[in-house]
Design a protein around this ligand. Structure first.
Ligand SMILES: O=C(O)CCC(=O)C(=O)O
Ligand SMILES: [Fe+2]
Length: 420
Protein backbone atom coordinates (compact mmCIF):
# COMPACT_ATOMS: atom_id res chain seq x y z
CA UNK A 1 0.00 0.00 0.00
CA UNK A 2 1.26 3.47 -0.84
CA UNK A 3 0.27 4.75 2.59
CA UNK A 4 2.36 2.09 4.29
CA UNK A 5 5.53 2.75 2.38
CA UNK A 6 5.10 6.45 3.13
CA UNK A 7 4.90 5.56 6.82
CA UNK A 8 7.89 3.24 6.51
CA UNK A 9 9.87 6.08 5.02
CA UNK A 10 8.89 8.35 7.91
CA UNK A 11 9.93 5.73 10.43
CA UNK A 12 13.25 5.27 8.65
CA UNK A 13 13.77 9.05 8.73
CA UNK A 14 13.20 9.05 12.50
CA UNK A 15 15.59 6.12 12.95
CA UNK A 16 18.33 7.90 10.99
CA UNK A 17 17.71 11.15 12.88
CA UNK A 18 19.05 9.60 16.09
CA UNK A 19 22.42 11.23 15.69
CA UNK A 20 25.76 10.10 16.96
CA UNK A 21 27.00 11.69 20.14
CA UNK A 22 30.53 11.23 21.46
CA UNK A 23 31.25 8.19 23.59
CA UNK A 24 34.78 9.50 24.29
CA UNK A 25 36.57 12.85 24.51
CA UNK A 26 40.34 13.30 24.59
CA UNK A 27 42.90 16.09 24.74
CA UNK A 28 46.10 17.38 26.32
CA UNK A 29 46.81 19.88 29.08
CA UNK A 30 50.03 21.69 29.99
CA UNK A 31 50.79 21.65 33.69
CA UNK A 32 53.25 23.39 35.97
CA UNK A 33 56.09 21.02 36.77
CA UNK A 34 54.99 20.86 40.40
CA UNK A 35 51.77 19.18 39.29
CA UNK A 36 53.84 16.29 38.02
CA UNK A 37 55.44 15.59 41.39
CA UNK A 38 54.47 12.52 43.34
CA UNK A 39 55.32 10.73 46.56
CA UNK A 40 54.96 7.02 47.04
CA UNK A 41 55.78 4.20 49.40
CA UNK A 42 57.87 1.29 48.23
CA UNK A 43 57.38 -2.30 49.37
CA UNK A 44 59.42 -1.61 52.54
CA UNK A 45 57.21 1.46 53.21
CA UNK A 46 60.06 3.90 52.54
CA UNK A 47 58.88 7.22 51.12
CA UNK A 48 60.09 8.26 47.66
CA UNK A 49 59.76 11.47 45.70
CA UNK A 50 59.49 11.52 41.91
CA UNK A 51 59.15 14.30 39.36
CA UNK A 52 57.33 12.70 36.41
CA UNK A 53 58.37 15.48 34.05
CA UNK A 54 62.07 14.71 34.51
CA UNK A 55 62.08 11.12 35.82
CA UNK A 56 64.74 8.88 34.30
CA UNK A 57 64.11 5.37 33.14
CA UNK A 58 65.95 4.05 36.23
CA UNK A 59 63.73 6.09 38.56
CA UNK A 60 60.64 4.74 36.78
CA UNK A 61 61.95 1.20 37.21
CA UNK A 62 62.21 1.90 40.95
CA UNK A 63 58.58 3.12 40.92
CA UNK A 64 57.55 0.00 39.00
CA UNK A 65 59.24 -2.20 41.60
CA UNK A 66 57.08 -0.55 44.28
CA UNK A 67 53.89 -1.58 42.41
CA UNK A 68 51.96 -4.84 42.35
CA UNK A 69 51.11 -6.90 39.30
CA UNK A 70 47.71 -5.70 38.08
CA UNK A 71 44.75 -8.06 38.21
CA UNK A 72 41.49 -7.73 36.28
CA UNK A 73 37.96 -9.01 36.72
CA UNK A 74 36.81 -12.17 35.02
CA UNK A 75 33.14 -12.44 35.94
CA UNK A 76 33.03 -12.42 39.76
CA UNK A 77 36.74 -13.12 40.35
CA UNK A 78 39.85 -10.96 40.39
CA UNK A 79 42.50 -12.81 38.42
CA UNK A 80 46.17 -12.36 37.63
CA UNK A 81 46.78 -13.53 34.08
CA UNK A 82 49.71 -12.15 32.10
CA UNK A 83 48.11 -13.16 28.83
CA UNK A 84 45.20 -10.78 29.43
CA UNK A 85 46.75 -7.93 31.37
CA UNK A 86 50.45 -7.31 31.78
CA UNK A 87 50.82 -4.19 33.90
CA UNK A 88 51.64 -2.89 37.34
CA UNK A 89 49.37 -0.91 39.59
CA UNK A 90 49.55 1.04 42.80
CA UNK A 91 46.53 1.56 45.04
CA UNK A 92 45.67 5.07 46.20
CA UNK A 93 46.83 4.46 49.80
CA UNK A 94 50.39 4.04 48.55
CA UNK A 95 50.92 7.25 46.63
CA UNK A 96 50.10 10.92 46.59
CA UNK A 97 50.18 12.68 43.27
CA UNK A 98 50.38 16.45 43.06
CA UNK A 99 48.35 16.27 39.86
CA UNK A 100 45.11 18.12 40.58
CA UNK A 101 42.16 17.15 38.43
CA UNK A 102 40.43 20.34 39.47
CA UNK A 103 43.33 22.60 38.52
CA UNK A 104 43.72 20.78 35.18
CA UNK A 105 40.19 21.85 34.12
CA UNK A 106 39.76 18.54 32.31
CA UNK A 107 36.23 17.91 33.57
CA UNK A 108 34.76 21.30 32.60
CA UNK A 109 36.19 20.69 29.11
CA UNK A 110 35.10 17.10 28.76
CA UNK A 111 31.69 16.92 30.44
CA UNK A 112 29.72 19.23 28.13
CA UNK A 113 30.86 17.04 25.23
CA UNK A 114 30.32 13.69 26.89
CA UNK A 115 27.14 14.45 28.83
CA UNK A 116 24.54 15.84 26.48
CA UNK A 117 23.42 19.27 27.62
CA UNK A 118 25.79 19.36 30.59
CA UNK A 119 26.36 22.88 31.79
CA UNK A 120 26.18 25.28 34.66
CA UNK A 121 22.90 25.03 36.56
CA UNK A 122 21.56 22.03 34.67
CA UNK A 123 21.24 20.30 38.02
CA UNK A 124 23.67 17.50 37.25
CA UNK A 125 26.94 17.24 39.09
CA UNK A 126 29.79 14.85 38.57
CA UNK A 127 32.22 13.37 41.06
CA UNK A 128 35.55 11.89 40.03
CA UNK A 129 37.12 9.21 42.20
CA UNK A 130 40.81 8.43 41.80
CA UNK A 131 41.02 4.70 41.20
CA UNK A 132 44.59 3.54 40.47
CA UNK A 133 48.05 4.36 39.23
CA UNK A 134 48.99 2.01 36.38
CA UNK A 135 52.39 1.35 34.85
CA UNK A 136 52.91 -0.45 31.58
CA UNK A 137 56.56 -1.23 30.91
CA UNK A 138 57.91 -2.54 27.61
CA UNK A 139 55.58 -5.35 26.50
CA UNK A 140 52.82 -4.22 28.90
CA UNK A 141 49.18 -4.29 27.69
CA UNK A 142 45.57 -4.73 28.80
CA UNK A 143 43.24 -6.63 26.47
CA UNK A 144 39.68 -5.58 25.61
CA UNK A 145 37.42 -5.04 28.59
CA UNK A 146 34.73 -2.76 29.95
CA UNK A 147 35.22 -0.90 33.19
CA UNK A 148 33.38 -2.64 35.97
CA UNK A 149 30.47 -0.57 37.30
CA UNK A 150 30.83 0.23 40.99
CA UNK A 151 27.51 1.99 41.43
CA UNK A 152 24.40 2.68 39.38
CA UNK A 153 25.61 6.31 39.31
CA UNK A 154 28.91 5.44 37.62
CA UNK A 155 28.86 6.43 33.97
CA UNK A 156 32.41 7.10 32.89
CA UNK A 157 36.12 6.50 33.18
CA UNK A 158 38.94 9.00 32.84
CA UNK A 159 42.51 8.05 31.99
CA UNK A 160 45.32 10.58 32.47
CA UNK A 161 48.64 9.65 30.82
CA UNK A 162 51.79 11.18 32.31
CA UNK A 163 54.49 12.52 29.98
CA UNK A 164 57.01 9.74 30.69
CA UNK A 165 58.84 8.63 27.54
CA UNK A 166 57.19 5.64 25.86
CA UNK A 167 56.15 4.33 22.48
CA UNK A 168 53.13 2.17 21.74
CA UNK A 169 50.53 1.58 24.43
CA UNK A 170 47.73 3.03 22.30
CA UNK A 171 44.31 2.88 23.91
CA UNK A 172 41.74 1.58 21.40
CA UNK A 173 38.04 2.17 22.10
CA UNK A 174 35.11 0.57 20.29
CA UNK A 175 31.40 1.34 20.46
CA UNK A 176 28.46 0.81 18.11
CA UNK A 177 30.70 0.00 15.15
CA UNK A 178 33.01 3.00 15.70
CA UNK A 179 36.66 2.77 16.72
CA UNK A 180 39.06 5.38 18.10
CA UNK A 181 42.77 5.05 18.83
CA UNK A 182 44.14 7.31 21.54
CA UNK A 183 47.86 7.65 20.87
CA UNK A 184 49.14 8.89 24.19
CA UNK A 185 52.76 8.35 23.06
CA UNK A 186 52.37 10.97 20.31
CA UNK A 187 50.06 13.54 21.88
CA UNK A 188 52.00 15.55 24.47
CA UNK A 189 54.45 17.93 22.83
CA UNK A 190 56.62 18.32 25.93
CA UNK A 191 57.27 16.69 29.26
CA UNK A 192 55.03 19.09 31.10
CA UNK A 193 51.93 18.09 29.14
CA UNK A 194 49.57 15.25 29.99
CA UNK A 195 47.15 13.50 27.63
CA UNK A 196 43.69 12.44 28.81
CA UNK A 197 40.67 10.58 27.58
CA UNK A 198 37.25 10.27 29.18
CA UNK A 199 34.76 7.69 27.94
CA UNK A 200 31.58 5.91 28.95
CA UNK A 201 32.65 2.94 31.07
CA UNK A 202 30.63 0.44 29.04
CA UNK A 203 32.74 1.28 25.97
CA UNK A 204 35.04 -1.64 25.24
CA UNK A 205 38.69 -0.59 25.35
CA UNK A 206 42.15 -2.11 25.28
CA UNK A 207 45.72 -0.97 25.81
CA UNK A 208 47.97 -2.21 22.99
CA UNK A 209 51.50 -3.35 23.90
CA UNK A 210 54.00 -0.70 24.94
CA UNK A 211 57.02 -1.01 22.64
CA UNK A 212 59.49 1.00 24.75
CA UNK A 213 59.68 3.09 27.91
CA UNK A 214 57.12 3.48 30.68
CA UNK A 215 53.48 4.36 30.12
CA UNK A 216 52.09 5.67 33.42
CA UNK A 217 48.43 6.49 33.92
CA UNK A 218 46.00 7.57 36.59
CA UNK A 219 42.48 6.18 36.26
CA UNK A 220 39.38 7.83 37.68
CA UNK A 221 35.78 6.64 37.95
CA UNK A 222 33.18 9.26 37.07
CA UNK A 223 29.85 9.32 38.90
CA UNK A 224 26.68 11.32 38.73
CA UNK A 225 26.60 13.01 42.11
CA UNK A 226 23.31 13.14 43.96
CA UNK A 227 21.90 16.53 43.32
CA UNK A 228 18.54 18.15 43.65
CA UNK A 229 16.40 16.26 41.14
CA UNK A 230 13.89 19.09 40.90
CA UNK A 231 16.46 21.29 39.17
CA UNK A 232 17.01 18.74 36.41
CA UNK A 233 15.70 18.11 32.91
CA UNK A 234 14.39 21.31 31.44
CA UNK A 235 17.61 23.17 32.13
CA UNK A 236 19.71 21.04 29.81
CA UNK A 237 21.43 23.10 27.18
CA UNK A 238 21.09 21.09 24.00
CA UNK A 239 22.68 23.69 21.71
CA UNK A 240 25.64 21.52 20.84
CA UNK A 241 23.49 18.46 20.34
CA UNK A 242 20.80 19.31 17.89
CA UNK A 243 17.72 17.22 18.57
CA UNK A 244 15.62 19.15 16.05
CA UNK A 245 15.86 16.61 13.18
CA UNK A 246 14.73 13.81 15.49
CA UNK A 247 12.00 15.94 17.02
CA UNK A 248 10.72 16.87 13.55
CA UNK A 249 10.84 13.29 12.30
CA UNK A 250 8.94 12.04 15.35
CA UNK A 251 6.46 14.87 15.05
CA UNK A 252 5.79 13.81 11.42
CA UNK A 253 4.94 10.34 12.68
CA UNK A 254 2.80 11.43 15.60
CA UNK A 255 0.82 13.80 13.37
CA UNK A 256 0.14 11.08 10.79
CA UNK A 257 -3.27 9.56 11.65
CA UNK A 258 -2.26 6.30 9.94
CA UNK A 259 0.63 5.89 12.38
CA UNK A 260 -0.39 3.68 15.31
CA UNK A 261 -4.08 4.67 14.99
CA UNK A 262 -4.90 3.05 18.33
CA UNK A 263 -1.94 4.56 20.16
CA UNK A 264 0.72 2.60 21.96
CA UNK A 265 4.42 3.00 22.52
CA UNK A 266 7.03 4.50 20.25
CA UNK A 267 10.03 2.41 21.28
CA UNK A 268 13.78 2.86 21.03
CA UNK A 269 16.43 0.24 21.63
CA UNK A 270 19.12 2.20 23.49
CA UNK A 271 22.81 2.33 22.54
CA UNK A 272 24.49 2.08 25.94
CA UNK A 273 24.57 -0.29 28.86
CA UNK A 274 23.66 0.90 32.36
CA UNK A 275 24.79 -0.46 35.74
CA UNK A 276 22.08 -2.05 37.83
CA UNK A 277 21.70 -4.13 40.98
CA UNK A 278 19.82 -7.24 39.86
CA UNK A 279 16.23 -7.37 41.15
CA UNK A 280 16.59 -3.94 42.73
CA UNK A 281 17.39 -1.04 40.43
CA UNK A 282 14.37 0.67 38.91
CA UNK A 283 14.97 1.84 35.36
CA UNK A 284 13.29 5.17 36.14
CA UNK A 285 16.51 6.07 38.01
CA UNK A 286 18.16 6.58 34.64
CA UNK A 287 15.76 9.24 33.40
CA UNK A 288 17.92 12.32 32.78
CA UNK A 289 21.05 10.26 33.43
CA UNK A 290 21.02 8.51 30.07
CA UNK A 291 24.21 8.61 28.01
CA UNK A 292 24.80 10.38 24.72
CA UNK A 293 22.22 9.74 22.02
CA UNK A 294 20.04 7.85 24.51
CA UNK A 295 19.44 11.14 26.34
CA UNK A 296 18.83 12.93 23.04
CA UNK A 297 16.05 10.45 22.28
CA UNK A 298 14.50 11.11 25.68
CA UNK A 299 14.67 14.87 25.20
CA UNK A 300 13.20 14.74 21.67
CA UNK A 301 10.24 12.68 22.87
CA UNK A 302 9.65 14.95 25.85
CA UNK A 303 9.83 18.01 23.62
CA UNK A 304 6.81 16.57 21.78
CA UNK A 305 4.96 16.18 25.06
CA UNK A 306 5.22 12.39 25.06
CA UNK A 307 5.46 10.61 28.38
CA UNK A 308 8.72 8.68 28.47
CA UNK A 309 9.73 5.65 30.49
CA UNK A 310 12.77 3.43 30.57
CA UNK A 311 12.18 -0.31 30.68
CA UNK A 312 13.86 -3.60 30.06
CA UNK A 313 12.49 -5.41 26.99
CA UNK A 314 12.43 -9.17 27.22
CA UNK A 315 11.41 -11.31 24.31
CA UNK A 316 8.67 -13.71 25.20
CA UNK A 317 9.87 -17.26 24.80
CA UNK A 318 6.87 -18.28 22.73
CA UNK A 319 7.38 -15.40 20.28
CA UNK A 320 9.31 -16.96 17.40
CA UNK A 321 9.36 -13.80 15.32
CA UNK A 322 10.34 -11.60 18.27
CA UNK A 323 7.06 -9.77 17.96
CA UNK A 324 6.03 -10.01 21.61
CA UNK A 325 7.92 -8.52 24.48
CA UNK A 326 7.46 -8.05 28.18
CA UNK A 327 8.50 -4.60 29.35
CA UNK A 328 9.81 -4.58 32.90
CA UNK A 329 10.28 -1.50 35.05
CA UNK A 330 13.11 -2.85 37.21
CA UNK A 331 16.28 -4.84 36.61
CA UNK A 332 14.83 -8.33 36.69
CA UNK A 333 17.61 -10.86 37.17
CA UNK A 334 17.31 -13.50 34.52
CA UNK A 335 21.09 -14.07 34.78
CA UNK A 336 22.21 -15.49 31.48
CA UNK A 337 18.73 -15.53 29.98
CA UNK A 338 17.17 -12.83 27.89
CA UNK A 339 13.75 -14.32 27.33
CA UNK A 340 10.85 -14.46 29.65
CA UNK A 341 8.73 -17.57 30.05
CA UNK A 342 5.01 -17.40 29.86
CA UNK A 343 2.68 -20.01 31.20
CA UNK A 344 -0.76 -21.01 30.16
CA UNK A 345 -3.53 -20.71 32.70
CA UNK A 346 -7.28 -20.80 32.08
CA UNK A 347 -6.89 -20.07 28.41
CA UNK A 348 -4.67 -17.02 28.75
CA UNK A 349 -0.95 -16.47 28.92
CA UNK A 350 0.65 -15.02 32.01
CA UNK A 351 4.05 -13.46 32.43
CA UNK A 352 5.93 -14.66 35.48
CA UNK A 353 7.32 -11.27 36.42
CA UNK A 354 5.66 -8.75 38.67
CA UNK A 355 4.89 -5.49 37.00
CA UNK A 356 5.73 -6.63 33.48
CA UNK A 357 3.69 -5.10 30.71
CA UNK A 358 3.14 -7.32 27.68
CA UNK A 359 3.43 -5.59 24.34
CA UNK A 360 3.02 -6.57 20.70
CA UNK A 361 5.35 -5.20 18.11
CA UNK A 362 3.88 -3.42 15.10
CA UNK A 363 5.38 -1.70 12.11
CA UNK A 364 7.82 -2.75 9.40
CA UNK A 365 9.36 -6.10 10.16
CA UNK A 366 6.58 -7.07 12.52
CA UNK A 367 4.28 -8.50 9.87
CA UNK A 368 0.76 -7.22 10.14
CA UNK A 369 0.46 -3.53 10.99
CA UNK A 370 -2.69 -4.13 12.98
CA UNK A 371 -2.23 -7.28 14.95
CA UNK A 372 -5.86 -8.09 15.45
CA UNK A 373 -5.21 -10.95 17.84
CA UNK A 374 -3.30 -8.66 20.18
CA UNK A 375 -6.11 -6.39 21.26
CA UNK A 376 -5.24 -7.01 24.91
CA UNK A 377 -1.69 -5.74 24.53
CA UNK A 378 -0.28 -2.28 24.13
CA UNK A 379 1.34 -1.99 20.72
CA UNK A 380 4.96 -0.92 20.37
CA UNK A 381 6.77 0.26 17.29
CA UNK A 382 10.55 0.04 17.62
CA UNK A 383 12.03 3.05 15.81
CA UNK A 384 15.56 1.95 16.70
CA UNK A 385 15.78 -1.80 16.98
CA UNK A 386 16.35 -3.77 20.13
CA UNK A 387 19.64 -5.57 19.98
CA UNK A 388 19.55 -9.30 19.53
CA UNK A 389 17.81 -10.63 22.67
CA UNK A 390 16.68 -7.11 23.49
CA UNK A 391 20.28 -6.57 24.58
CA UNK A 392 18.92 -7.25 28.01
CA UNK A 393 21.11 -10.16 29.11
CA UNK A 394 22.35 -9.70 32.62
CA UNK A 395 25.58 -11.63 32.57
CA UNK A 396 28.67 -10.90 34.51
CA UNK A 397 30.70 -8.84 32.05
CA UNK A 398 33.20 -11.28 30.61
CA UNK A 399 36.20 -9.02 31.19
CA UNK A 400 36.19 -6.05 33.53
CA UNK A 401 38.90 -4.10 35.30
CA UNK A 402 37.91 -5.65 38.60
CA UNK A 403 35.64 -8.45 39.78
CA UNK A 404 31.98 -7.62 39.54
CA UNK A 405 29.97 -8.45 42.60
CA UNK A 406 26.97 -6.22 43.02
CA UNK A 407 26.45 -4.28 39.80
CA UNK A 408 25.88 -5.59 36.28
CA UNK A 409 25.43 -3.88 32.97
CA UNK A 410 22.08 -4.12 31.26
CA UNK A 411 20.81 -2.57 28.02
CA UNK A 412 17.39 -1.01 28.60
CA UNK A 413 14.97 0.52 26.10
CA UNK A 414 12.98 3.73 26.08
CA UNK A 415 9.28 3.88 25.30
CA UNK A 416 7.24 7.01 24.68
CA UNK A 417 3.48 6.74 25.14
CA UNK A 418 1.36 7.80 22.21
CA UNK A 419 -2.26 8.45 23.19
CA UNK A 420 -4.81 8.56 20.39
O1 LIG B 1 45.85 2.71 31.51
C1 LIG B 1 45.00 2.85 30.62
O2 LIG B 1 45.19 3.48 29.60
C2 LIG B 1 43.67 2.22 30.76
C3 LIG B 1 43.57 1.34 31.96
C4 LIG B 1 42.26 0.70 32.02
O3 LIG B 1 41.58 0.52 31.04
C5 LIG B 1 41.74 0.27 33.33
O4 LIG B 1 42.46 0.35 34.32
O5 LIG B 1 40.59 -0.16 33.37
FE1 LIG C 1 39.60 0.01 31.60
Amino acid sequence: MAGESDLERKIETARLAVQNASAWVSGTVKLSSQNLHMFYLNKANDAHFLNLSTATSTQLDVLTAACDAATFGRADEDVLDGSYRKAHKMDTEKFSSKFSLEASHILPTVLPQLLVGFGKNDGREVEAELYKLNIYGEGGFFRAHKDTPRSSKMFGSLVVVFPTPHTGGHLVLRKNGEEFTFKSDQLPSSRDEIAYIAFFSDVEHEVLPVTSGHRITLTYNLYHADSDKSTKTSRLNLDNHDITPLKNALSDLVNDPKFMPNGGYIGFGLRYDYPVVPNKTRFSEFLDLLKGEDLMVQKACEALGLEVSIRGALDEANSYERTHQALVDHAVDLSARSQVDVEEGDGSWAVIINGAERVAQVGPGAGDWNLKEDKDREHVLWVTPLEEDGGYKMNYIAYGNQAELEYRYVRPCLVAKLRR
